[in-house]
Design a protein around this ligand. Structure first.
Ligand SMILES: NC(=O)c1ccc[n+]([C@@H]2O[C@H](COP(=O)([O-])OP(=O)(O)OC[C@H]3O[C@@H](n4cnc5c(N)ncnc54)[C@H](O)[C@@H]3O)[C@@H](O)[C@H]2O)c1
Length: 453
């Protein structure tokens, strides 16, 4: 059926009915760690999905039935393709879809301020192709107010037909619907199925929330409607700030415990036996990933507009960003105790990914630690089963290849930064001259050459 005919017949049905009958067509913008799995969820539930990305290489890989994300198998992409999924860089194809979900990056710029350029560029590219009745959902993590103050004005200004976002009491023929619904995925978590993570949804007006709820109910077991996009935006930030602050708390208590000769991990384990009022968080070598090190600063930036200083966020940021320095100081001290300077020492960093068992090194503390070690004159190598080699990223330029574990004996120090499950820690300790463990990965292994930091 030609697209225009199909869209016209579909438009005569209600949004919710179209969702139920799977006639609703879904467009997903940004096919990264969030957008691609979301695409597969909709495709598995028999929706026709069109994916949009500016990265031609990703689009080509998907067109060839391949995958560029470790935990997504090529067979899953091939399955989606045979169910009607296609990827494109051509935004004009947005007019074919009924619901548009935006999953583009929201990093910080070099001044540690929100970089909304990806959302802005997406909105500019989308605007000319908007149709009345379409639902637009922003999933990218951002500060409260982004959907209403940034996304909607660009969409309204740039569309050709003078369409307006439906607002409370002002939905009509010449409108499109807008909601914010945060992505809450926990990469590497195999305990909670994606479907079981409730989906928070805040529409610009009740119909937008209702449409988005109908859409997401088809792939998630539970939706949680809230009163506005800003409430949904703030919900996501509360969740991530809660993690960031609590991790900072245990990081600080770890530093104290080390001085006091107390094992903080044993303490956390004991405290976790309390059946109420305590949730365990674990110390580490520093924060990583696209969320926890970044998102809190979206709120502290926005807070300034309200003459408000978010002290918990700043303090947590200060403690967490100091952890890589603590790790490097621990390596230096451990070598020193063996009468060896850090300058010229051969150090093998185990794990580049920002957390175990994932293939994502964005904001990974390993990158900072490698740089700091190199600044001290150490000769640094790394091993990571998820990264056979590493080149240039936004904030690093390593140009290194993963060193096989068979070479462990060649190093003065093995530094555990990411506790991948595939490592045999007892064997590593047995073969290494010195092991500095920033993750408590060697728990249960008793040897003189381990320094836990
Ligand atoms: N990765 C996670 O675990 C996670 C979890 C929760 C929330 N989030 C949030 O979700 C959002 C996306 O994160 P991600 O990890 O998927 O990022 P990502 O970098 O993996 O993917 C983003 C994709 O968007 C594409 N893109 C950039 N600009 C575009 C444009 N103008 N038009 C179309 N495509 C464009 C990129 O090429 C890339 O493929 C961010 O706001 C992030 O904070 C991520």
């Amino acid at each position: 059926m030609p697209v225009s005919t199909q869209s016209a017949s579909v438009a005569s049905l209600g949004f919710t009915e179209k969702t139920k009958s799977r006639e609703l067509r879904v467009g997903i913008i940004g096919l990264g760690y969030v957008g691609l799995p979301l695409t597969l969820l909709f495709s598995e539930q028999k929706f026709q999905v069109t994916g949009f990305d500016v990265d031609q290489q990703k689009v080509d890989t998907l067109a060839a039935g391949g995958s560029y994300i470790y935990r997504i198998l090529p067979e899953e992409i091939a399955g989606a393709r045979s169910a009607g999924f296609s990827a494109t860089t051509d935004y004009s194809r947005l007019s074919e879809v009924d619901a548009i979900i935006i999953c583009v990056p929201t990093p910080l710029n070099e001044h540690h301020e929100p970089d909304l350029s990806y959302i802005e560029n997406t909105a500019k590219a989308m605007a000319p192709h908007l149709r009345s009745g379409q639902l637009v959902v922003l999933e990218s993590t951002t500060y409260p107010g982004t959907t209403e103050e940034v996304l909607i004005p660009i969409l309204e200004k740039g569309n050709r037909s003078g369409l307006k976002a439906a607002r409370a009491g002002a939905a009509g023929d010449n409108t499109f619907y807008v909601a914010f619904s945060p992505e809450r995925e926990d990469p590497g978590n195999t305990q909670v199925a994606r479907r079981d993570i409730p989906k928070v949804i805040g529409g610009m007006e009740p119909l937008a929330t209702q449409y988005a709820s109908a859409l997401y109910s088809s792939i998630f077991n539970r939706v949680v409607p809230v009163s506005s996009p800003a409430t949904a935006e703030m919900t996501k930030l509360l969740e991530n700030i809660y993690r960031c602050v609590n991790i900072a708390l245990v990081n600080e208590l770890k530093l104290l415990s080390l001085r006091m000769g107390i094992d903080i991990f044993e303490v956390i384990q004991a405290a976790s036996t309390k059946p109420f009022g305590f949730q365990p968080f674990y110390p580490g070598p520093g924060l990583g990933g696209h969320c926890i090190p970044i998102d809190p600063f979206y709120l502290s930036w926005k807070a300034r507009e309200f003459d408000f200083h978010t002290r918990f966020i700043e303090l947590a940021g200060e403690i967490n960003s100091g952890m890589p320095y603590h790790v490097v100081a621990s390596v230096t001290k451990a070598l020193n105790q063996r009468r060896q300077p850090i300058n010229g020492a051969k150090v093998l960093v185990l794990g580049l990914a920002y957390k175990k068992d994932i293939d994502d090194l964005r904001e990974s503390p390993s990158l900072t630690i490698i740089e700091l070690l190199q600044n001290e004159g150490a000769s640094v190598s790394y091993n990571d089963p998820f990264f056979p080699s590493v080149g240039r990223g936004r904030k690093y330029d390593l140009q290194m290849k993963s060193t096989p574990l068979s070479k462990i004996e060649d190093f003065d120090c093995v530094l555990i930064v990411t506790d991948h499950s595939s490592y045999d820690y007892a064997d590593i300790v047995r073969r290494a001259r010195l092991v500095v463990d920033s993750r408590n990965a060697t728990r249960g292994v008793d040897a003189d050459n381990i320094v836990r930091c």
